[in-house]
Design a protein. Sequence first.
Length: 248
Amino acid sequence: MTVSTARDLTWLRPITSPAAPAVRLVCFPHAGGTAGVFHGWGTRVPDDVEVLAVRYPGRQDRLGDPFIETMAPLADAVTAALSGWRDVPLVLFGHSMGASVAHEVARRLAPAPALLVVSARRPPHLLRSRPAHFGDDDLVIADVKRLGAESATVLDHPELRDLVLPAIRADYRLTGNYQPGALPGVDVPIVAYLGADDPNTSTADLREWSTASTRGFDLKVFPGGHFYLVEHESAVVADLVARLSDHR
């Protein structure tokens, strides 16, 4: 395998930067989310684990970049950006919308990543159309609050809402337009994470990811709702680190 030496920092933010990493954990945020969601993970991983967070356009320090509102070009761009980071095994972790993006990136990567971890997201063949992404701002805000996102409190302040709401709406359009139908499989082990009280998904939904992998499947349920990984960050990262040991 020929590995590109170019490191794309437009799409990827290093959360940790070990001198000699044994594995890279690439983290994909939820709809409306930013790379900063994973900032705290850097203090919870071993010294030889490099954590990279995906930087979606149109928010934070990519505020001037146009949103991407369909899945294929987003997954293509992240896959291309990862070409310079293939000298050690990659593990992909995606939460909510990020799970779908991570899955699409896993399908595109050659050679395949070492592990795909999907969080709080149904597999493609179980995704349902969500009219909220076509609705007015009040519908979108109500949906974000229903899920308990940290950004929900920001949406109560008009001056801040105008900054974050466009990214949320763009990502809702992306997820709403993502209807792959048949389940695209990957030659990668898949682990599914879920909050026990998630209003959007169930353990039965998450078990369906098992049909997407030819290399094995596992399911882990944590306490909490859709954003269980915020409240239980320590336990989530500890479980991930234990799984990374097989690939370091």
